[in-house]
Ligand binder design. Structure first.
Ligand SMILES: Cc1cc2nc3c(=O)[nH]c(=O)nc-3n(C[C@H](O)[C@H](O)[C@H](O)COP(=O)(O)O)c2cc1C
Length: 189
């Protein structure tokens, strides 16, 4: 018999990302774990579930742009910091080295090996949350995390977030190949 937990969300772990936006003309960064892939193709969209109380939301609404930066295990302290303090009373613009790509209001973090520039595609207006949907317009990668031109998870070492223990985890090992391992259950024709 399984234990009933009530309608709680157990869809963890999730990746942890640092969202960059310009607020009041300067870069601000927020730590977000409620991030998802909405569409793959054209448009290529990402979603962010962000409480309306956050300072960063103002900048995304104002400039219609944001960045998604993938922090790695060695950036766990800075990542946690950006989720502990608010840009309303703390200047987070100096925590990282910043660079820009195509969008001049989507600050990208040099220390993160992967960065995506996003243009706001839509906002779903929940009572307490903005569900921001952003279209990826460019992606930047540190060659050190690539193998044959694609992102290599074993080199990346991204951070995962677990709500139950409120802790960061690393990624475990390879289990099996997708669209492949299940073939053994296909009926032989
Ligand atoms: C690990 C972690 C994950 C978080 N994930 C989210 C999230 O998905 N959505 C959200 O609204 N806030 C999330 N937060 C809280 C914000 O990052 C935090 O309130 C931040 O200080 C807001 O910054 P800002 O006011 O400068 O925008 C998270 C915090 C941490 C530490």
């Amino acid at each position: 018999m399984k234990t009933r937990l009530g309608p709680i969300n157990v869809m963890y772990p999730t990746p942890v990302v640092l969202i960059g936006a310009h607020v009041g003309g300067r870069p601000n960064f927020i730590t977000i774990a409620h991030v998802g892939i909405v569409t793959v193709g054209t448009p290529n969209c990402i979603s962010l579930g962000m409480g309306k109380i956050h300072y960063t939301n103002q900048g995304i609404h104002e400039n219609q742009t944001f960045s998604v930066n993938i922090p790695t295990e060695n950036l766990v302290v800075e990542t946690d910091y950006c989720g502990l303090v608010t840009g309303k009373n703390t200047d987070k613009s100096q925590v990282f080295d910043v660079f820009y790509g195509q969008l001049d209001t989507a600050p990208l973090i040099a220390q993160c090996p992967l960065n995506m520039e996003c243009r706001l595609y839509d906002v779903v207006d929940f009572p307490d949350h903005d569900l921001f949907i952003g279209e990826i317009v460019e992606t930047h990668a540190d060659p050190a995390v690539l193998t044959d031109g694609v992102v290599d998870l074993t080199k990346l070492k991204p951070l995962l977030f677990d709500m139950a223990t409120k802790a960061y985890f690393g990624v475990g090992g390879h289990v099996a190949r997708a669209w492949n391992v299940g073939k053994q259950l296909k009926k032989k024709s």
